[in-house]
Write a protein that binds this ligand. Structure first.
Ligand code: PLP
Length: 435
């Protein structure tokens, strides 16, 4: 496929924008080559600047669950734009409307505060946990991503259960040392950690389904261990639903596991493609936030009417149309067929899925944590990504990222994707065969 224009635009962008992109994964660093510059999107398709069109399984990294330019979302935004305005820095009824919709979908979301990004939501939630408990330490899990705030850009130190080390220059070591990093799905480590540091821990933050290291389901007992220990030691349970919220079911993924978190972080889907995120939780904690309480957090554009309108239109449509069974059916068909083809081609993959989220790992073992992901065959992933892209399938450009369905994806597109994947397998086999 001709991608000359994208190449040219990328070179131009690199002169003025760091790395040519405003978020690193967009640069295609993990898969090589040039990123596509996108001209437009429509439903489940995107078109690049060279005029090529692709089935889009990235969906802006999750938010576009209704696809590109859904007519109800566009109309809602247009109405606000034409009749009201872009921002007032004063409250509007739209904020209450979206807050009510979210609160009605999740019992633990008694009170809400809107912010502009998932990073802000998790950062603020942690501040609340520290403010409420008067403690400094937080616990996170290896391979879970919670945005780029200082306390969360931390990796595990060497040796089990040491305090964290900065995972980016610019993160103070003193701050990182207050972050404890454990392995995802290790309930025993959670228990041990609380035995050792229980009276110093403000909160545990976790993705209830880990979707930033491919897609890793919580094992039975893992989230329960977090809930039990936080409760026992007086720490808060922060449920980061920025990615999975409203993606696997209407509302939070954790509600279907019968666990009540203390604070929930939302983002992506709740803004319907606009920069909207939120943190929410039980009133006893949220009422500690300014102006009700002393914990400070603010935002010039927070709750702006364009974002609220897009979010309201998106969540209302999800509630009304309930696409979740269909998503489950589609992702199941896709992953089952990919898995079967790969097995018969003797190319082992793990293709997990839930609701509208799926991932492909080139691995002969079931992926359960970050080390498993790191051990998957990343060279083969790169070949897979490029093969699919050249045939009009736009997947997440990294072996650590999941792909997404929207309500606009069709069964025909799923079949086409399977067919192209089979061609990829044939191609891999042919490369391996002696000449
Ligand atoms: C995307 C994401 C974030 C960060 O959200 P941004 O809007 O990119 O700042 C936080 N947590 C999870 C689980 C995410 O997937």
């Amino acid at each position: 496929m001709k991608q000359e224009k994208s190449k040219q635009l990328f070179n131009e962008a690199k002169r003025y924008i760091v790395g040519g992109v405003d978020s690193p994964v967009r640069s295609f660093g993990a898969v090589g080559g040039n990123p596509l510059f996108i001209e437009s999107g429509s439903g489940s398709y995107i078109t690049d600047s060279d005029g090529n069109s692709y089935i889009d399984y990235v969906c802006s990294w999750g938010p576009l669950i209704l696809g590109h330019r859904d007519k109800d979302v566009v109309n809602a935004i247009r109405l606000v734009l034409e009749k009201r305005g872009t921002s007032f820095g004063a409250p509007t009824d739209l904020e209450t409307e979206l807050a009510k919709i979210i609160s009605e979908s999740e019992g633990a979301a008694e009170k809400i505060r809107f912010v502009n990004s998932g990073t802000e939501a998790t950062m603020s939630a942690i501040r609340v946990a520290r403010g409420v408990t008067g403690r400094d330490k937080i616990v996170k899990f290896n391979g879970c991503y919670h945005g780029h705030s200082d306390s969360l850009l931390v990796s595990a130190g060497s040796g089990a259960m040491t305090t964290g080390v900065p995972n980016s220059p610019g993160v103070p070591a003193s701050l990182a040392s207050d972050t404890i990093v454990l392995e995802y799905n290790d309930a025993e480590a959670v228990e041990e950690c609380f035995k050792k540091y229980g009276d110093q821990i403000a909160c545990v933050i976790v993705e209830p389904i880990a979707a930033n290291m491919g897609l890793v389901m919580p094992k039975n007992g893992f989230l329960q261990a977090i809930r039990e220990n936080t409760e026992k030691y007086g720490a808060l349970f922060i449920d980061d639903e920025v990615l999975v919220g409203f993606r696997t079911c209407y509302g939070t993924a954790i509600s279907r596991m019968n666990i009540a978190p203390d604070i929930i972080c939302y983002g992506k889907v709740i803004g319907g493609g606009m920069p909207v995120a939120a943190y929410a939780g039980k009133s006893i904690y949220m009422n500690k936030v300014s102006p009700e309480g002393p914990i400070y957090q603010a935002g010039t554009l927070s709750g702006n009417p364009l974002g609220m309108a897009a979010g309201i239109a998106t969540l209302k449509k999800l509630k009304k149309t309930n696409p979740y069974n269909r998503f489950e059916q589609m992702s199941k068909t896709l992953c089952k067929r990919l898995q079967e083809s790969a097995a018969s081609a003797n190319i082992p993959i793990d293709a997990p899925h839930i609701g509208s989220i799926f991932a492909v790992f080139f691995s002969d073992k079931r992926i359960e944590n970050f080390s498993d992901v790191k051990n998957s065959d990343k060279e083969r992933f790169v070949r897979y990504f490029r093969f699919m892209l050249d045939r009009g399938i736009y997947l997440a450009p990294s072996p650590f990222e999941v792909s997404f369905l929207s309500t606009k994806h069709t069964d025909e597109q799923i079949l086409r994707t399977i067919k192209i994947f089979n061609d990829f397998l044939d191609n891999e086999a042919a490369e391996k065969a002696p000449a």
